[in-house]
Design a protein around this ligand. Structure first.
Ligand code: PLP
Length: 395
C-alpha cells in the first residue's frame, strides 16, 4: 500500500544518492553494525541494504514467528554466516569455537562442519546425545528435522532444553514454515535453503535465517562484511513464491501421501522413510510438525544396482538433485547430495530420495511402477566411484 503498487517492485540499484556526508555516514555506520538504514541517510550501498530483499525478509519472519530474518545467496552461505556469527562474532570474547551438530544432516552442512574450514570444531551426535556433547566453549547447536535424507524427526524443545542456553539453529528446509515453526519450540535461529520449497520452482538459489533482532543484527554484520548477498531478483521470486507456498505444500503433501502409501507395499521397497509411515515414537507429528511433508526416501531391496536402474528409467520424475519444487525429482543421496559425508555417516547405497511435486499422483505412481519394473531387469552394473577429495555437496 505504502509503495502505491499492487505487484511487488524489484529494486536493482547497487548504489544510492547520499543527501550529505553526515546523514550518509551515519546510515552506513548503522547498517554496518547490523541495523536499519536511517531514513535521512538512505540505503547507501546494495551490500548493506536492499528494499526488495528486506520485504522478503519481513514476510519470512512473520511466517516463522520471529522478529526478523536475513537472506543470503544460498543455504550454505546462510549456514556459514550462522557459524561465523556464533563462533567469531558473539562467541569471540568467550573463545567459543565449538559446534554440536546432530546427524544426519544435509551433506553440504556435514561437509562444512567436518572440514573445519571456518575455524570451528564440530562434534557430531544424535539428538539424545546433545547434552553429553556440550563443552564450555560450545557456541552453537545445529539440528535438522525432518533430517535429510532419512526424514527422521527430532524433538526441537528437548534439544533446546539439553543445550543449556547455547543457541540452537534448526534447519527447517524440509518442513517449511507452513508445517513447522521451530522458534515456537525455543530455536534461536531458523534456517531455510530457500532454493527448495520457498522458491518452489527450481529457479532461485538462496538461503534465509529467521531469528530475533539481536541474531538478525549479528547475521547482517557478517553478511555486510562477507558479501554473501541475495540478489533482488531472487528475493522478488521468493517473495512471490510465498503467496502459493501453503497450497503448494498442501497439494504436494497429499500427493506424497498417495505415493508413499503405494511405495510402502511395493515388493522392491525394503523400507520406507516417510513421517507418519516410518513411525513417530516421540509423538511429534501434529504437536511439532503439522503434517507429513512431501519428501520420501526408500531403501530398495536390490541395493545400489536397483537404485541406478530406477533413477535412469523414470520419465515423469526428473533424475536431479535439489527438492521442494513443483516438479517431482528423484536422486541417490550416497552418490550425490551426501557424497562428501564420511563413510560411516553416509546414507546406505540402496536409498533413493524422492521430492514429490504437483503432478497428478496417479501419473507419478505409474511412472514409478514402470521404472521399478525396468529396475528389476538386469543392466550391466558400473562401479560407484568414490573420491578422496569430494566436491561440494549438491542440493
Ligand atoms: C539444499 C540444502 C541446504 C543447502 O542449501 P543451498 O541453497 O543449496 O546452499 C541446506 N540444508 C538443507 C536441508 C538442504 O536441503
Amino acid at each position: 500500500m505504502e509503495l502505491g503498487v499492487h505487484a511487488l517492485p524489484i529494486d536493482l540499484s547497487s548504489t544510492n544518492p547520499l543527501p550529505d556526508i553526515e546523514a550518509g555516514g551515519l546510515s552506513y555506520e548503522a547498517m554496518a553494525g547490523g541495523g536499519m538504514p536511517y531514513a535521512e541517510g538512505g540505503a547507501v550501498y546494495g551490500r548493506l541494504w536492499n528494499p526488495t530483499v528486506a520485504r522478503f525478509e519481513s514476510a519470512l519472519a512473520r511466517l516463522e514467528h520471529t522478529e526478523a530474518a536475513v537472506a543470503f545467496s544460498s543455504g550454505m552461505a546462510a549456514m556459514t554466516a550462522a557459524i561465523l556469527a556464533t563462533t567469531r562474532e558473539t562467541g569471540r570474547e568467550m573463545g567459543r569455537r565449538h559446534i554440536v551438530a546432530v546427524r544426519p544432516l544435509y551433506g553440504g552442512t556435514d561437509h562444512l562442519l567436518a572440514s573445519g574450514v571456518l575455524g570451528a570444531e564440530a562434534t557430531f551426535c544424535t539428538a539424545e546425545g546433545v547434552a553429553a556433547a556440550l563443552r564450555p566453549d560450545t557456541a552453537l547447536v545445529i539440528l535438522e528435522t525432518p533430517a535429510n535424507p532419512t526424514l527422521e524427526l527430532a524433538d526441537i524443545r528437548a534439544v533446546v532444553e539439553a543445550s543449556e542456553g547455547v543457541p540452537v539453529l534448526v534447519d527447517n528446509t524440509f518442513a517449511t514454515p507452513i508445517l513447522q515453526n521451530p522458534a515456537d519450540f525455543g530455536a534461536s535461529m531458523v534456517l531455510h535453503s530457500a532454493t527448495k520449497y520457498l522458491g518452489g520452482h527450481g529457479d532461485v538459489i538462496a538461503g534465509v535465517i529467521a531469528g530475533d533482532r539481536e541474531w538478525a543484527a549479528a547475521l547482517r554484520r557478517v553478511r555486510a562484511i562477507t558479501g554473501a548477498l541475495l540478489h533482488p531478483f531472487g528475493a522478488y521470486l521468493l517473495h512471490r513464491g510465498l503467496a502459493t507456498l501453503p497450497i503448494r505444500i498442501r497439494t504436494q503433501q497429499a500427493n506424497a501421501q498417495r505415493v508413499a502409501a503405494w511405495l510402502s507395499t511395493h515388493p522392491s521397497v525394503s523400507r520406507i522413510h516417510y513421517p507418519g509411515i516410518s513411525g513417530d515414537s516421540r509423538g511429534l507429528l501434529g504437536r511439532q510438525m503439522k503434517g507429513t511433508g512431501a519428501m520420501i526416501s526408500v531403501d530398495l531391496s536390490g541395493g545400489l544396482d536397483q537404485a541406478r536402474r530406477l533413477t535412469s528409467a523414470v520419465r515423469l520424475f526428473t533424475h536431479a538433485v535439489s527438492l521442494g519444487g513443483v516438479d517431482s525429482l528423484i536422486q541417490h543421496p550416497a552418490a550425490l547430495t551426501h557424497r562428501p559425508v564420511v563413510q560411516e555417516a553416509r546414507p546406505s547405497p540402496g536409498l533413493v530420495r524422492l521430492s514429490i511435486g504437483l503432478e497428478d499422483p496417479e501419473d507419478l505412481i505409474a511412472d514409478l511402477d514402470q521404472a521399478l519394473g525396468q529396475a528389476l531387469t538386469e543392466i550391466p552394473a558400473q562401479a560407484l566411484t568414490t573420491t578422496r577429495h569430494p566436491a561440494p555437496a549438491a542440493g
